[in-house]
Write a protein that binds this ligand. Structure first.
Ligand code: WT7
Length: 646
């Protein structure tokens, strides 16, 4: 196959922060002298007390420990707000676009600073102290960013929970880190539909220990139940506090936030990020990967409920004094032109979204794109899942009119910020490849025995040394942290992704190699969906796998064995889908449910997921060896009743 390569445009090579020579020299320096390199880069931040130690990290079995700049002190909110006041006080920090196209708000750095200080005083008034956990369950409104920054200002640890999660999922996350305060809104608004966030919070709090307070932001004005002594309106409490709140002096390694993410097994893990390393990585990647310039209008379409929203809507852009667009709505409301109309309305210059959105919009053709000029755009980004070359080319040719480079950025909740990416002024672009390691990042590809492979190869992606934005631990469970990321391959961080490196040294992420599936760029543990299914009274056993889905990237395929005497039916299938939606949230809804009288198991009772994956992919001619199955006959029934016929 002939490989397409888009050369670096000349003006980009000349004007970008990093050109090809810079890339090679800086990269070499970053891995040969990490302490020197990162000490220099850390000057991007304003320190209260400068650090003397740069890097103190170990991936050694049983002794994994990650510390950066460990004796320095600083405050994240001061870095995102106070230090810009003198030079950028009147610059727009957050450019908010409502779900309804007639609603928008421009908040300057000065205004954001004042509101965050006020918000921080509200938190204090409700008893929140340094080190306390605060759960944030909000729609995409500026108050979500304000709440995060207010926590950072007083040293509280935020845990943002995506507004699409169910009351049960919310309760689990509040309980796991013992949050003492939940910040929510009366309702959210997405695509013209209302999301009952306060009501969901009430349901969640019926399942927690019960000492939490609730702070409610008024968004839609809907009437909601307020429990005296537990629930407080933000607008009422904030009227009683001052807009003066000095930032707390935080150690570089004090926790900044927890963000729950799905893994292969068990319940979601609380990924813990700390103060200095995370912020440095967020700021630096945001500037260099997106080639940020002072006048850019940067729009990342993620939700703040995911790490992409944390790093590239809030912390990276604000640390850099940029204008960050925050969008409450969805790509297809009121029409499929919405993204491009918002681009024109706010003169967006850098646009960053997920492949699933591109694929969905691509389906309705070029017309909805062409109604907008998109003349302001100069750079496009992609994140969250592999982007297929067809979608890449459409994004490049139609959305970007062939003049905007695309940065396909690979990273994870655990990595804090981008680790593998093209550099727009340096990297000839290969559609579908995340390309090159960021500074200080040392990727490796290992075979199944853990041997590092050289040159062009394919295997599992590992990282050989630490970087400042790396997660520090699983909240409350350091052993699980070591077990999950450092036990597969000795002295290496295992990403869970498969990867190919080509002869030019480009990295091509091939997708998860564990029991994690990536649905529309959202990470889902198959075990979580399985445990939701078996909690249904009619289900005796369930096995969930991913399968290729044209728009979502991967869809959720559930094999369900019913209790004896329960008859399979379409109505029951529907009920089970609705059940999972209610248990976890809409993002976990199975796309296909197959009733299976038996699952393929080894004689020791282990489900052979490889076979289930193949059948779900409609590739059952290549099932491999099934002779070790306890009952090979179940496979015939599974094939005969498969739900995905392509
Ligand atoms: C997983 C991490 C990156 C923040 C949002 C998702 C997949 C992410 C890419 C990409 C191919 C990608 C990986 C990764 N992924 N970006 N550019 N190309 N795959 O964060 O929810 O923690 O998921 O998303 O499989 O492991 P996340």
């Amino acid at each position: 196959m002939h490989e397409i390569v888009h050369a670096v445009p000349q003006d980009w090579a000349a004007s970008a922060h990093v050109d090809i020579d810079d890339y090679h020299s800086l990269y070499r320096r970053s891995v040969e002298d990490p302490a020197g390199f990162w000490a220099e880069q850390a000057q991007r931040l304003d320190w209260i007390k400068p650090f003397t130690v740069v890097k103190n990290t170990s991936f050694a079995p049983g002794a994994v420990s990650i510390r950066w700049f460990e004796d320095g002190t600083l405050n994240v909110a001061a870095n995102c707000l106070d230090r810009h006041l003198e030079t950028r006080g009147d610059k727009v920090a957050i450019l908010w676009e409502g779900d309804d196209p007639s609603e928008s708000r421009a908040i300057t750095y000065r205004e954001l600073h004042a509101e965050v200080c006020r918000f921080a005083n509200v938190l204090k008034k409700l008893g929140v102290e340094k080190g306390d956990r605060v759960t944030i369950y909000l729609p995409m409104i500026p108050e979500a960013a304000m709440a995060m920054l207010a926590c950072a200002r007083i040293g509280a640890i935020h845990s943002v929970v995506f507004g699409g999660f169910s009351p049960d999922s919310l309760a689990g996350r509040i309980g796991d880190c013992h949050s003492t305060l939940v910040i929510t809104a009366d309702e959210g608004l997405r695509g013209g539909k209302k999301v009952p966030l306060k009501h969901n919070t009430d349901l969640a709090l019926a399942k927690t220990i019960g000492d939490e307070k609730v702070l409610v932001i008024r968004r839609t004005g809907a009437e909601v139940a307020m429990h005296a002594g537990r629930d407080y309106w933000y607008h009422e409490v904030s009227a009683e506090v001052s807009a003066d709140c000095p930032p707390a002096e935080m150690n570089a390694e004090d926790p900044l936030f927890i963000l729950y993410t799905s893994g292969s097994t068990g319940r979601p893990k609380g990924v813990l990020h700390t103060t200095a390393g995370y912020l440095l990585h967020a700021a630096m990647t945001h500037e260099i990967v997106f080639d940020l310039k002072e006048d850019d209008i940067f729009w990342c379409t993620a939700d703040v409920g995911w790490v992409t929203g944390h790093t590239y809507i809030v912390y990276g852009p604000l640390a850099n004094g940029a204008t960050s667009v925050m969008f409450e709505g969805v790509p297809n409301y009121p029409s499929n032109s919405r993204f491009w109309q918002v681009v024109d309305k706010h003169k967006v210059t850098i646009f960053h979204t997920a492949p699933t959105a591109i694929r969905a919009l691509m389906q309705s053709g070029d017309e909805p794109v062409k109604v907008a000029s998109r003349a302001s755009l100069r750079l496009l980004g992609s994140v969250g899942e592999p982007i297929n070359p067809e979608a890449w080319e459409w994004y490049y040719r139609v959305v970007g009119d062939g003049r905007c480079p695309i940065v396909d950025t690979w990273w994870q909740t655990e990595t804090g910020g981008v680790l593998i990416t093209p550099f727009p002024g340096a990297t000839p672009l290969k559609p579908g490849s995340a390309s090159w390691p960021f500074f200080g990042v040392q990727p490796g590809i290992v075979d199944s025995e853990g041997r590092l492979l050289e040159g062009a190869c394919e295997g599992n992606l590992v990282l050989l040394d630490s970087w400042p934005g790396q997660m520090r631990t699983v909240y409350g469970d350091h052993e699980r942290f070591e077990q999950t990321y450092f036990s597969a391959y000795k002295n290496m961080y295992f990403t869970g992704d498969g990867c190919r490196r080509d002869a030019d040294g480009y990295y091509w992420i091939t997708g998860r190699v564990d029991d994690v599936i990536n649905v529309s760029g959202h990470r889902m543990g198959t075990a979580e969906v399985e445990s939701a299914l078996v909690a249904h009274q009619n289900v005796s056993e369930a096995a969930v796998v991913g399968y290729p889905h044209d728009i979502k990237g991967q869809g959720i395929y559930a094999y369900v064995t019913l209790m004896a005497g329960v008859e399979p039916s379409d109505a029951l299938r529907k009920e089970l889908v609705g059940w999972v939606r209610k248990e976890i949230g809409p993002i976990a809804s199975p796309d296909l449910v197959q009733f299976a009288p038996g699952l393929p198991k080894t004689r020791s009772g282990k489900i052979m997921r490889r076979i289930l994956r193949k059948i779900a992919e409609d590739e059952f001619s290549a099932l491999g060896d099934i002779s070790t199955l306890a009952d090979p006959a179940v496979v015939e029934d599974l094939i005969a009743n498969r739900q995905n016929r392509r």
